[in-house]
Each structure stands twice: as structure tokens, then as C-alpha cells.
Write a protein that binds this ligand. Structure first.
Ligand code: PLP
Length: 376
């Protein structure tokens, strides 16, 4: 099966009990047993048929063997880091999503799991940061909001030479454009709230692995800690994933035109997009992904100007989040990255006048007119 077919026919594509072509929402918390210990499903925290259909689907489309669905991207990430123990050390990309930074620095530290943030696009920096108690490397590529690129094959090599697990947050690229498990990752995580759901109507997280022992350990954590995704939201995700291919193609096409427009606009100073030939990591990204995605960041002269742009757009909705059919706009310095001290933010390159957009699938002419009007 090719990708677009897999999105529709992967996993459990129809209800095995009725033949319904859309797997139903099984609103059931428990299941009748044929005799003590004889059952297909036992209790819905452990397994539910709708969630199972989603978990098999994400495993298929990420080229893994086992998928796990959680109540949010953060619940998925938290479950993954619970694979580690007190005294362990993790290396993570220095500009990971703010919520990931928060859980790593304000929750994991209380359980004596230490995290060092390093520029994972710099292999030497990664090698130098490995300690005797390091157990994993956690990477986002492209990153948020500057779309920095990490070499997945090379980091997989470093991780495995040192006996470390390699974890990749694939939210930005989606399995349509990039499959980290094929490039050597051990664990893939998703905020399925974004492109996989695609319609700003569900909060969810997914994890995929390709190793039996990891799958067993993750299922144990999922079942023990219980941060599962409910059947209604699982169904919404299955429905969203069916159109992932066509949405990503349309987003890619719109984004290219938005980027060309921004690059030529006199009010725009810098444009960050992995599809630009001058973007650091452009060639590397091409070598590990089939598309560049719908996330673009750009700078205007200062924060006041950025706020003015945000106030004036009509179709680019001012909102947190990304990856939906509707275009979204945000200002990282005051929104997603507001919790990072200004000095550190500037060190990372997240300037006051930086604007991030998530391009949707509206008519491109409307999107360009909207930006033209807002940029003045
Ligand atoms: C790259 C990335 N990972 C993880 C998350 C967390 O996901 P959620 O908001 O579904 O908990 C987000 C949320 O924005 C994200 O952008």
C-alpha cells in the first residue's frame, strides 16, 4: 500500500463485527468475558476497539509495529519519558516545544531524571554531551519556531553506538513527509492535535515503536498510568488521518506561495522555511523527508509591528496550535515561548518581531491578500 492508500485502508479499516466501513465509536468501559480470563477486550483503559483501530493505523503509517494513543501530545511524551528511571539522563533538542521543555525541567527533575538541552543539528555537541548515565536522545526536526533541522540518520548512529534510545517528535512533518523509524529512530511521538487530527477539534497524542520489548514497556506504562485517548477522540483522529495526504499536499502547495510572497515583501526581514534553498539544513531535510510542511516563521521590524500584523489578519486566525485546515498565526515571544527568559529566547534566535504561521488549505489568493493587507 502506498501512503495515501494506507491512511484509508491501514490499521483496521472496517469494523470486524459488522463490516461498517467506518470503525464505530465503541463507548464501552468494560467488556463481557466468556469465562474468567477469556476475553478479546477486558477493560477500556487496557484496550478499546476504536482506540485499537487508531493505534494499529498510526503504527502502519509510521512504519512501526505498535501504536499507543494518549489524551494529548504531552501525555504521550510523558509516557515515553516514564520509560526512564531516577538517575538517568536524557539529551534533548535545545528548542523543543515549550510544553516538552516544561515537563523535562519542572516535572522530570523532581523524579531525578536529568535533561541537557543541546543543539542536535550539531553532531559534535551531541557526542560531547553524552554522559555515562545518558539513556536517550530526544529530537524535534524541523523545530518550532525556527525550523532547525537535525540529521536523523546521523543521530540514530550516535545513539545506537552509545546504547541510547532515539526518540523523535514527528508532529511537524507528519508520517506523510517523514518516517523517523525508517531512518533509525526507536520511538516516534506525535501531538496528534495538529496535522493528524487536522481540524482543530481534538487533543490527542500518539507513540509508535518497532520493537517488541519497547512496545511491552509502553503498554505497561499506558495501562498503569492511564492517560489514554477516549473512543470518540480516537474516531475523530481516524477520520482526520484518512485525508492527511490530500491536506498535506494542499498545505505544501499553499505554503510555497506564501513563502515566495513573504520573501519578496519589503516589510519582512527574514523568512524561516526548510524549503528555501538558503535555509540551514535545506538539503539535509530533503534527504530525510519528502516535503517541507506548512510551518513558516518570519520577522518584521519589531514586536509592535508584529502585533499589528496579528491584529489585521482575517483568515490567519490568531491562535495557539498548528496543523489545521484553517491558517493560524501567532507571535512566539508572547505566546508559545513566553515562558523562556528574553535573553535565552534571543540566544535561540526567537526575536521579538518573529511571527509564526501555520498555513491551511484556504484559497491561496485569499491567504496572500490577507497577508498583503496585514503587512501593509
Ligand atoms: C512539536 C510538539 N510536540 C508536542 C506538543 C504537545 O502536544 P499537545 O498540545 O497535544 O499536548 C506540541 C503542541 O503544540 C507540539 O507542537
Amino acid at each position: 500500500m502506498r501512503k495515501k492508500t494506507k491512511f484509508i485502508h491501514g490499521g483496521i479499516s472496517r469494523d470486524p463485527y459488522t463490516g461498517a466501513v467506518s470503525v464505530p465509536v465503541y463507548h464501552a468501559s468494560t467488556f463481557k468475558q466468556d469465562g474468567v480470563g477469556h476475553f478479546k477486550y477486558e477493560y477500556a483503559r487496557t484496550g478499546n476497539p476504536t482506540r485499537e483501530a487508531l493505534e494499529k493505523l498510526i503504527a502502519d503509517i509510521e512504519e512501526g509495529t505498535h501504536g499507543f494513543a494518549f489524551g494529548s501530545g504531552m501525555a504521550a511524551i510523558t509516557a515515553v519519558v516514564q520509560l526512564f528511571s531516577a538517575g538517568d539522563h536524557i539529551l534533548a533538542t535545545d528548542d523543543v516545544y515549550g510544553g516538552t521543555f516544561r515537563v523535562m525541567t519542572k516535572v522530570l527533575n523532581r523524579f531525578n531524571i536529568d535533561v541537557t538541552f543541546v543543539d542536535t543539528s550539531n553532531l559534535d555537541a551531541v557526542r560531547d554531551a553524552i554522559r555515562p548515565n545518558t539513556k536517550a536522545i530526544y529530537v524535534e526536526t524541523p523545530t518550532n519556531p525556527l525550523l532547525k533541522i537535525t540529521d536523523l540518520r546521523a543521530i540514530a548512529g550516535v545513539a545506537h553506538e552509545n546504547g541510547l534510545k532515539f526518540i523523535v517528535d514527528n508532529t511537524f512533518s507528519t508520517p506523510y513527509w517523514q518516517n523517523p523509524l525508517v531512518l533509525g529512530a526507536d520511538i516516534v511521538v506525535h501531538s496528534a492535535t495538529k496535522y493528524l487530527g487536522g481540524h482543530s477539534d481534538v487533543v490527542a497524542g500518539l507513540v509508535v515503536v518497532k520493537d517488541e520489548k519497547l512496545a511491552e514497556d509502553l503498554h505497561f506504562i499506558q495501562n498503569s498510568t492511564g492517560g489514554i485517548l477516549g473512543p470518540q477522540d480516537s474516531w475523530l483522529l481516524i477520520r482526520g488521518i484518512k485525508t492527511l495526504g490530500v491536506r498535506m499536499e494542499e498545505i505544501e502547495s499553499n505554503t510555497k506561495k506564501v513563502v515566495e510572497f513573504l520573501a519578496d515583501h519589503p516589510a519582512v526581514e527574514k523568512v524561516y522555511y526548510p524549503g528555501l534553498a538558503g535555509h540551514l539544513g535545506h538539503e539535509l531535510h530533503r534527504s530525510q523527508a519528502d516535503g517541507f510542511g506548512g510551518m513558516v516563521s518570519f520577522t518584521v521590524s519589531n514586536q509592535e509591528k508584529a502585533l499589528d500584523v496579528l491584529k489585521k489578519t482575517e483568515y490567519f486566525t490568531l491562535a495557539e496550535s498548528l496543523g489545521a485546515v484553517e491558517s493560524l498565526i501567532s507571535i512566539p515571544s508572547l505566546m508559545t515561548h513566553a515562558s523562556i527568559p528574553r535573553e535565552r529566547r534571543l540566544e535561540l534566535g526567537i526575536e521579538d518581531g518573529l511571527i509564526r504561521i501555520s498555513v491551511g488549505i484556504e484559497d491561496i489568493e485569499d491567504l496572500l491578500e490577507d497577508l498583503e493587507h496585514a503587512l501593509g
